[in-house]
Unconditional design. Structure first.
Length: 212
């Protein structure tokens, strides 16, 4: 396979990647609220994923119960993916994404207030259900909002921003958990996820194109 060497100009009619990067950044400006919402989701998620097990143990849950809870959470997010796809078809991607984020924010808030392991398990389970509801909707929404020619670049940029905020969220959760307690880390995540729900509700919805 022949490849073009460094410094060689693109072939006639072939656009350099810098063109797609500039076009992707331009397209991203038109959907910045949606990108900000995805960043808030990524920032908030570690508040649950890093703290649910320590929180359950601090409430007195034995190790075997934490393992069972982990299996239930894993199964919940998998099974709810189908529900998320079906809701996206019926309600639209925007409403489904907002619903999923609201469920996740409420779950973290209730988990922070739970007084014992059983109530904590009941409060934590909807977080993964909300994740399964929201994920298909937001993935399709971002893909549909990006122009077709720059779609791959826009999706990559959104994921880069989200992963960066996810790393910030991990650090913030660690600091909050050490200084204030795990329940306050969950409360921080609930506030960030609520902000994501508000941002999703304000983002521009893209109407699916209908075949003629």
């Amino acid at each position: 396979i022949l490849t073009r060497g460094r410094g060689e100009s693109p072939a006639r009619g072939e656009r350099p990647y810098s063109h797609f990067m500039r076009a992707g950044l331009s397209a991203l400006r038109g959907m910045w609220i949606l990108a900000a919402a995805m960043a808030l989701v990524a920032f908030a998620s570690p508040a649950f994923t890093l703290t649910w097990a320590p929180r359950a143990e601090s409430l007195g849950a034995p190790v075997w119960a934490v393992g069972v809870m982990g299996s239930a959470l894993f199964a919940a997010v998998g099974l709810s993916q189908y529900l998320g796809g079906e809701l996206s078809r019926r309600l639209g991607e925007k409403r489904t994404a907002v619903l999923g984020a609201v469920v996740q924010a409420s779950s973290m808030g209730l988990a922070a207030l739970a007084p014992d392991p059983p109530s904590f398990a009941l409060a934590a389970l909807p977080f993964e259900v909300g994740l399964g509801i929201r994920s298909p909707a937001t993935s399709a929404w971002v893909a549909r909002a990006a122009p077709s020619e720059e779609r791959a670049t826009v999706i990559s940029l959104v994921r880069t921003v989200a992963l960066s905020f996810g790393a910030l969220g991990m650090g913030a959760v660690g600091v909050a958990a050490d200084w204030l307690g795990v329940e306050w880390a969950l409360a921080l995540g609930a506030c960030a996820m609520a902000g994501a729900a508000v941002a999703l509700s304000r983002a521009r919805e893209v109407t699916p194109s209908r075949p003629s």
